[in-house]
Design a protein around this ligand. Structure first.
Ligand code: FAD
Length: 342
C-alpha cells in the first residue's frame, strides 16, 4: 500500500510549536524513509500558526495545512476535533501521526471515528517493517511491549513525548494552505475558564530535566540519632532541586504519608509518585535516595537510562541488579555535600 502521512499538531497559546510536535515529525520522517520516501503533510491548528509555519517551511514536507482561529486558543474537544477533522479530510492521509499532548490525546479516538479509521495511542516507536508501518507501545505498566500493524486506514497514531529526538526546524517555502472552519455555537458550548496550577516554587515535575531525583520514605524515618529530621530533609531536597533543575519523583510510601496529612515533605504529592501505580517518566539519569528500590517502584524506572541510588542498606532492592551504581551511604550526608559542591 502506498502510504501518505499527515503530521498533525496544535500550536501553544503563544503560537509556538510544542516540542513533542517536532518529535512526532521526527517519527514521521523515520517512517517515511523506511517506506521509501512517502510524502508527508504537516497540519497545524491554533489561535495563531504563523510562527510555527515559518519554522517548518524548510523541513522537507510536501504541504502545510493550517486552521487558525481565536476559538482554538484554548483546548476544547469540539473545536479541536473540528479543526483536526478539516485538516485530515483535506490531506487525506493513510497514516496520521500526532504528539501525545493532552490536547491531541483527547481528540485522537474521536478523530479516527470521524475519518472511519482506527487509533493507537502512546506509541514509543514507529518504523517500517517489510515495507509496512509498525507501531511499538508498552502495556501493563511498561511490563510488556507490543508491535502493532493494522490493515485499516487512516491510522491515527499518537507518539509519546520523549520517544524521538525532535526534528530540526528550518525556514523555507513549502506551500501553505489555509483551511477555513466555521465554529457554531454548539462547538463553543464548553467554556474554558482558565488553568489552575501550583505556584512556580512547587512545580517539581519537570519532564525535560536531565535528572530524575527520587525521594523515598527514608527521608522521614528515624535516623542514627534516633530522631527524624523532616525539616532538614525538606531543605536538602528543595535546595538540590533548585540547584540542579532535576525533576522530583517519589516512592509510594512517601507520597502516601504526605497525602495522609503527616507533617512530611509539603511539596510532595501523588503526581510525583513513580512506579506501578504511579508514573513512568523519561529522563537520561535517575538518582534514588532513601528509597528501598522495590519492584513496584522500580518498574516505573523503565525509561531511565542510567540509575543510581543512595541507601544505608547494602542489601536494598537497588543492590539486586536494579541500579547501575549504589552508594551505600547516608543520603543526608551525601546530598548535603552535593549541594555544597553545586
Ligand atoms: C499493588 C502495589 C502497587 C505499588 N505501586 C507502587 C508505586 O507505584 N510506586 C512505589 O514507589 N511503590 C509502589 N508500591 C509500594 C512498594 O512496594 C514499596 O512499598 C514502596 O516503594 C517503598 O517505598 P520506600 O522505598 O520509600 O520506603 P521503605 O521501604 O520504607 O524504604 C526506605 C528506605 O530508606 C532507606 N534509608 C533510610 N534512611 C536513610 C538514609 N539516611 N540514607 C539513605 N537511605 C536511607 C532505608 O534503608 C530503606 O531502604 C506498590 C505496592 C503494591 C502492593
Amino acid at each position: 500500500m502506498g502510504e501518505t502521512i499527515l503530521v498533525l499538531a496544535h500550536t501553544n497559546a503563544d503560537g509556538a510549536l510544542p516540542k513533542p510536535a517536532l518529535e512526532a515529525l521526527a517519527a514521521a520522517k523515520t517512517l517515511a524513509a523506511g517506506l521509501g520516501g512517502c510524502p508527508i503533510t504537516i497540519g497545524l491548528f491554533g489561535k495563531t500558526v504563523s510562527a510555527a509555519v515559518a519554522a517548518l517551511g524548510g523541513v522537507g514536507v510536501t504541504r502545510i495545512l493550517t486552521v487558525a482561529s481565536p476559538h482554538l486558543a484554548e483546548a476544547r474537544y469540539a473545536t479541536d476535533a473540528a479543526a483536526a477533522e478539516a485538516i485530515a479530510k483535506a490531506a487525506a492521509p493513510t497514516v496520521l501521526i500526532a504528539p501525545a499532548t493532552s490536547r491531541l490525546s483527547r481528540i485522537a479516538a474521536g478523530l479516527a471515528q470521524r475519518l472511519g479509521g482506527r487509533a493507537d495511542t502512546h506509541a514509543t516507536g514507529l518504523e517500517a517493517a517489510d515495507g509496512i508501518p509498525k507501531v511499538t507501545r508498552w502495556y501493563y505498566r511498561q511490563r510488556m511491549v507490543a508491535d502493532i500493524r493494522r490493515q485499516q486506514r487512516p491510522w491515527v497514531i499518537t507518539v509519546d513525548p520523549g520517544s524521538f529526538p525532535p526534528a530540526e526546524t528550518a525556514a523555507g517555502t513549502t506551500p501553505v494552505e489555509e483551511i477555513a472552519v466555521t465554529f457554531s455555537d454548539g462547538h463553543l458550548r464548553t467554556r474554558v475558564e482558565g488553568f489552575q496550577s501550583p505556584p512556580g516554587s512547587q512545580q517539581t515535575i519537570r519532564p525535560d530535566a536531565a535528572l530524575l531525583f527520587v525521594a523515598g520514605a527514608g527521608w522521614t524515618k528515624k535516623q542514627r540519632d534516633g530522631q527524624s529530621h523532616i525539616a532538614e530533609a525538606e531543605k536538602i531536597i528543595l535546595d538540590f532541586l533548585r540547584k540542579s533543575g532535576a525533576s522530583l519523583g517519589s516512592s509510594k510510601s512517601l507520597a502516601d504519608q504526605t497525602g495522609e496529612g503527616h507533617a512530611v515533605l509539603t511539596f510532595m504529592s501523588h503526581l510525583n509518585q513513580v512506579g506501578q501505580t504511579g508514573s513512568t517518566p523519561r529522563h537520561p539519569k535517575g538518582l534514588a535516595t532513601c528509597c528501598h528500590g522495590e519492584e513496584p517502584h522500580v518498574v516505573g524506572w523503565r525509561f531511565i537510562n542510567e540509575r543510581r541510588a543512595i541507601n544505608t542498606d547494602p542489601n536494598c532492592g537497588w543492590a539486586h541488579g536494579k541500579a547501575d551504581v549504589l552508594y551505600v551511604a547516608d543520603a543526608f550526608e551525601v546530598m548535603r555535600k552535593v549541594n555544597e559542591l553545586l
